[in-house]
Design a protein around this ligand. Structure first.
Ligand code: NAD
Length: 497
């Protein structure tokens, strides 16, 4: 059976502790092993990134951009391969995986503009014969730690911008679906990225801790669950690193009485059950305002949830696949049970879903819970599965207060025809990414992505203009060339005079 290797300085390496098993979630079969790094492999990867740094940081931005232009074309041409690699280990449908590749491609396209994005400012005569200019310089070796749910897109949220800015990179992808990271490396190599500029170490907490503590790692980008995000931020910043750590979510969609209910129900189906709910921007809570809106919504949703086409990624008819692991399946089913015990009405029950021919796959059927309340565990916790909770609100204000009181603030949406209400919502809501009649408001690559509250730790969002700031340091130079005029020593604080 294949062992997925680390890639250090451009070469495969399988050192570390015993490899871990990688499974096909649709069948439950082991399909590969993945190497699990110890500190030695992390040290080697950081050393390779450090050795490549000078050459790469001093490569003109326009030449670094050329690598991105080539990567763009390669990624587009190989989109099908990348999507298949994602689905084989993650389980998401082929079309969904292709969507992931498209969003990654947009970040690469944005990185193609790096010469313009890094252009500095210049002011002549800030003082007598004195000029001032500023530019943004790379940080050095930076690391990325990524989750299972977007095994190609999230690494590609980070790497193109980090390396286009002149940094070198060490990626620690999820050990659950590690092959996409190696494929991403292969595509970068084909695009002309020099060896050592991008390195991949596979592993778990041991590898992550080695990166967080390594004195040569200047910055860490993390995407994953909130407890780990908080840990990464705390330990990384304590070690003096710049850290952006994006965490979990509980995304609410408010449906006002004037909304088009059919459109709202369609939006909830896609945003709640696409990718089996394993998206940080999945809508997991619907908040209809008023009993009548709620009753109409449940009436529309229930038959659609029952009719969801669930299947492996190889089935072109499938609308959603399995969840990532047996443990995730058991956890999600346990939460549904807990919701029922705490008083939620199970309108559609996805527990015990089995698919003929795939009896050992990690399936959870689409689940619809009604009359959920803020005290229930299913409301407080991120479920990260195909479970949509409906929480009935009496008024628009109650809906806003509810969302603002939640610990997470990643994404949210409002469905309405009322421009006044929508405008008020976009200004009052304590959430980082807001949709108006758009259920999954993931910003395009030339804006930046990031939540609020405990959905993010650190001051920078990911990709887009925020990435340029995160992956560079501002330097400002004030210069005067000798004019031959001597003004003597000046003891007052320098000013324009
Ligand atoms: P996770 O937090 O379990 O793992 C993320 C990464 O951290 C992996 O590489 C993993 O190996 C590593 N890790 C896990 N436990 C660790 C520990 N104790 N110490 C150090 N490192 C550790 O997340 P996941 O299950 O892979 O992904 C799902 C989570 O990611 C969800 O909570 C989802 O909301 C979140 N997510 C957030 C965003 C966002 O942009 N905010 C995007 C995608 C996913």
């Amino acid at each position: 059976m294949e062992t997925i290797q680390h890639i250090i300085g451009g070469s495969g390496e399988s050192g570390g502790t015993s490899p871990a098993a990688v499974f096909n979630p649709a069948t439950g079969e082991q399909i590969a092993n993945v190497a699990i790094a110890e500190k030695a492999q992390v040290d080697a990867a950081v050393a390779a990134a450090k050795a490549a740094l000078d050459g790469w940081a001093n490569t003109p931005p326009a030449k670094r951009a050329r690598v991105m232009f080539r990567l763009r074309d390669i990624l587009e041409a190989r989109a099908d391969d990348v999507a298949r690699t994602i689905s084989a280990e993650h389980g998401k449908t082929h079309d969904d995986a292709l969507g992931e590749v498209t969003r990654a491609l947009e970040v690469v396209e944005y990185a193609c503009g790096i010469p313009e994005l890094l252009k500095g400012d210049f002011t002549r005569n800030v003082g007598p014969a004195i000029d001032s200019y500023s530019d943004r310089q790379p940080l050095g070796v930076v690391a990325g730690i990524t989750p299972f749910n977007f095994p190609a897109m999230v690494p590609l949220w980070m790497i193109p911008m980090a390396v286009a800015c002149g940094n070198t990179f060490v990626l620690k992808p999820s050990e659950r679906d590690p092959s996409s990271a190696n494929l991403v490396h292969e595509l970068f190599k084909e695009a002309g990225l020099p060896d050592g500029v991008l390195n991949v170490v596979h592993g778990d907490k041991t590898a992550v801790d080695a990166l967080l503590d390594h004195p040569d790692v200047q910055a860490v980008s993390f995407v994953g669950s909130t407890p780990v995000a908080e840990y990464i931020y705390t330990r990384g910043t304590a070690a003096g690193k710049r850290v952006q750590a994006l965490g979990g979510a509980k995304n609410h969609m408010v449906i006002l009485p004037d909304a088009d209910i059919d459109q709202a129900a369609d939006a909830l189906m896609g945003a709640g059950f696409g990718s089996a709910g394993e998206r940080c921007m999945a809508v997991s809570v619907a908040v209809p305002v008023g009993e009548e809106t709620a009753n109409k919504l449940i009436e529309k949703l229930a038959p659609q949830v029952r009719a969801l086409k669930i299947g492996p990624a190889t089935d072109p008819e499938a609308e959603m696949g399995p969840v990532i692991t047996k443990a995730a399946q058991e956890r999600i089913e346990g939460l549904i049970e807990q919701g029922e015990k705490e008083g939620a009405e199970v309108v559609v029950d996805g527990r015990g879903f089995r698919l003929q021919g795939y009896e050992n796959g990690y399936w959870v059927g689409g689940t619809l819970l009604d009359r959920v309340t803020p005290e229930m565990t299913v409301y407080k916790e991120e479920i990260f599965g195909p479970v949509l909770s409906v929480l009935r609100a009496n008024s628009y204000d109650q809906a806003v207060d509810l969302i603002n009181a939640h610990e997470y603030g990643n994404g949210t949406a409002i469905f309405t025809r009322d421009g006044d209400a929508a405008r008020d919502f976009t200004s009052r809501i304590q959430v980082g990414m807001v949709g108006v009649n758009v259920p999954i408001p993931v910003p395009v690559a030339y804006h930046s992505f990031g939540g609020w509250k405990r959905s993010i730790f650190g001051a920078h969002g990911i990709y887009g203009p925020e990435a340029v700031h995160f992956y560079t340091r501002l330097k400002t130079i004030t210069s005067r060339w000798p004019t031959g005029i001597r003004s003597g020593a000046e003891f007052t604080f320098p000013s324009m005079g």
